[in-house]
Design a protein around this ligand. Sequence first.
Ligand SMILES: Nc1ncnc2c1ncn2[C@@H]1O[C@H](COP(=O)(O)OP(=O)(O)OP(=O)(O)O)[C@@H](O)[C@H]1O
Length: 578
Amino acid sequence: MNKQNIVLKLSKITNIDPTFLQRFWQVGKLYWQSEEKFGAIGLLSILILIVVSTTQIDVIVNTQKGNVLSALTAKNSSTFWETISYLLGLYLFLVLVWAAYNYIRKKLTLYWRRWLTEHFLNHYFRNRSFYQLTQSQRELDNPDQRISQDIFSFVDGFISLFFDVLYATLQMIAFTAVLWFISPNLMIVLVVYAVSGTLVTAGFFGKKLVKINFDQNKKEANFRFGLVRLRENAESVAFYRGEAQELSHIKSLFDLVFKNYNYLLLWQELYLNGFVKIYEFIPQIIPAVIMAPLVLSGQLDIGKYTEAQGAFLILFWDMYVITRTFNQLTGFAAAIERLAELNYFLKEPKNSDSCEIVPNSTIQTVENSHLAIHNLTLYTPNYQRILFHDVSLTLQPAQGLLIVGTSGCGKSSLLRAIAGLWKSGTGTISRPNLEEILFLPQRPYMILGTLREQLVYPQVNTNISDQELEQILQKVNLPDLAARFGGFDVEKDWSDVLSLGEQQRVAFARILISQPDYVILDEATSALDIKNEENLYQHLYNTQTTFISVGHRQSLFKYHQQVLDLCDGEKWEIKCIG
Ligand SMILES: Nc1ncnc2c1ncn2[C@@H]1O[C@H](COP(=O)(O)OP(=O)(O)OP(=O)(O)O)[C@@H](O)[C@H]1O
């Protein structure tokens, strides 16, 4: 039977949406088919062994408890003390084994979480999916929360559920014989009671609670993101004096958390837990009611009665495992939904949104030694708007191209297309390998780290000396930057402590450090005064670098050999200078 059929059969038995089981399988199988599978299977086997052996010991403990009562009734002191010592030894052994079990179980959870987190992170960064995700029309909220929180909920939830169900099943096998042997009637009552309880829980509370938990995760993540966003934009908000607006927005996000949680409390704590408490109480009296006549008439020994009552309660506890762990289960199911969505997005070919609308219509990218554009027509990512038609140009090595045009005409979008971030449109872009091109956006990206790491970014290992770094800082007119902050190895929140113009100069220093063959500057000097801007362009002009700039200032023209004017609407023209 293939996996698809197994999933379908399971879904029929459990009355669960088959696509839900498929989603569970898609995420669940990843780790168990990975290179870590042998270690994981080893740990899993040890855990299963512990569970199997402790179930056997539980049966012995239950029988010995009955023996203690029988010895007391028969006033047999030596049997009583022998059984008590035996019981103590068994309990001590159980405690030690359970300590080891819990430790290994948490370790397995940790290893699985580490592997799955790395797996999702690798896919999140592959083909710049983290960027594509922000461009997608399909709603996929808070991928960060899915990676940081939902993976843990999934792994922890699965391991807990697996062992709860395994332990319950083994105990059922072991104790069914005990109870059946003493009282078949009690056994039949128990099965009917446990099955009906499980069906009510799964059928009535199931879908409702999964949905509420799913929404809760989403709303909590939105609230957290609102606070993070405020922190990231603290200065702008403070300048605007936008506290009232921000406060009300963040409060409204929390209000959604509050309302949904209230709803969750109602269903989880009041309805479900209320049901579970009543449901748990009744079995305490069922054995007494059914077996009392036998004990009173002398047909059943009090020790056997205790043994049967113990077996009944254990079996009841096992049979209603689904009901009792239902709260956990719904959180686990919500995590599966959220991870499966992310997994699907990260696996599917990019720009699929676009392809659904205009099939086979994407910009072709060809690797070449020089940069050229042939009949490029560019749309916004979901083909909603055309930005420009049929643009063609060639850029000779060591030359400069300046792109100008009115705001919103598509200047930055052309750079996005060259970088391969946007593909909606037609035509061909020939360009060198992206490794040879350095992009400088208008808002410089300052990494969290030391000044040295900041300057050599996006490279990580360079053997550049402090002296060379000092020289480069001189060139970009930041001669005292390292001294001001205590050297190159001091960590700061650089986007906070440097002015925008200083950040643009640090970003420009990256060009002089990494010396790429191609540089693309998207208004990368817009925050600088003309003198500083000219100084930077003069350095760039003196190198053999080929560069494309987007800018508005007339003073930039003299550093470029060609100007592409995207004009407005769908017209464009190219001019040669000098
Ligand atoms: N992710 C996106 N999805 C849809 N449309 C977008 C997206 N990003 C930008 N646009 C739209 O594409 C158009 C071109 O944007 P672009 O950033 O290229 O303009 P620009 O010419 O660089 O403008 P400016 O000079 O103001 O920076 C704008 O109308 C913008 O609203």
